[in-house]
Design a protein around this ligand. Structure first.
Ligand code: ZN
Length: 260
């Protein structure tokens, strides 16, 4: 009864319904990076009632995180709590039915594989673009959908990477040269862009499991100028990852991770 009440408005959505809600409650999601996107995504998924969240991040909460990292409070920064511990506590207070598992870990090619065990999908909360190539490799190899989102300043980019669809390398074949892209450290980040990117990211994850959409779109949204574009992306048959099954980033075993 409590369950029906809690989710009644969500289940009234024609896109979700009772069957959709049951599916949502069965989902086991890996959240890689519990910074801005990771904590926003984890919060929305917990409120929607997903069954299980595996939280991974190596860092502790800092005051500079608070403007955009949804789950954290001043006390978490004061005591420098590990992000995954602070996030799990906040999530259990939001929805005690959601099971969480925490890993304080610097993700790299050598330790990423076990994190995907018994996982239905991955929320990309990485803040370094090269880590997405590693995530893309392991998810294509294991046929697990992952949901890319990136933010720079006031701009958000979002793309689902689903089995049989175009992968991240079909669209972005190579890691950008070092220092060729400004980081959030350099140019800052608008907190509201996090909410937008996360809303697209989480909704496309849920929609994937309820509707299995066949087409893949890359969305770019600039919150400041309000320019939004939606481009259909196609599979590249010569893609080294999903086309030729060469998992160069995974095989390198030395990509070092940094998650915000
Ligand atoms: Zn590909």
């Amino acid at each position: 009864m409590e369950n029906n009440d809690r989710y009644s408005r969500q289940m009234r959505l024609s896109q979700i319904g009772e069957a959709g809600q049951k599916k949502i409650e069965s989902l086991r999601i890996l959240v890689l990076g519990c910074g801005a996107l990771g904590s926003a995504g984890a919060e929305t998924l917990a409120r929607m009632g997903v069954g299980f969240l595996r939280l991974v991040d190596r860092d502790s909460v800092e005051f500079s995180n608070l403007p955009r990292q949804h789950l954290f409070k001043e006390a978490d920064a004061e005591f420098k709590f590990p992000k995954v511990i602070a996030a799990a506590k906040a999530l259990s207070e939001i929805n005690s039915r959601v099971k969480t598992e925490t890993h304080i870990l610097n993700v790299d090619a050598g330790n990423i594989e076990p994190l995907l065990e018994n996982i239905d999908a991955v929320i990309d909360g990485f803040d370094r673009v090269e880590m997405r190539y590693l995530l893309n490799d392991i998810c294509v190899k294991k046929n697990i959908p992952w949901f890319y989102a990136g933010i720079r300043a006031a701009r958000a980019a979002i793309m689902p990477v689903i089995p049989q669809g175009p992968c991240f390398r079909c669209v972005f074949p190579d890691v950008p040269a070092k220092n060729s892209l400004p980081t959030c450290e350099d140019i800052g980040v608008l907190g509201a862009a996090v909410a937008t990117a996360s809303a697209f990211q989480v909704t496309s994850l849920i929609r994937y499991f309820l509707e299995h959409p066949a087409k893949t779109f890359l969305i770019n949204a600039d919150l400041w100028t309000q320019d939004i574009s939606k481009i259909q992306v196609e599979k590249e048959k010569d893609c080294p990852c999903c086309g030729k099954h060469r998992f160069e980033f995974l095989d390198e075993k030395k990509t070092s991770g940094h998650v915000e």
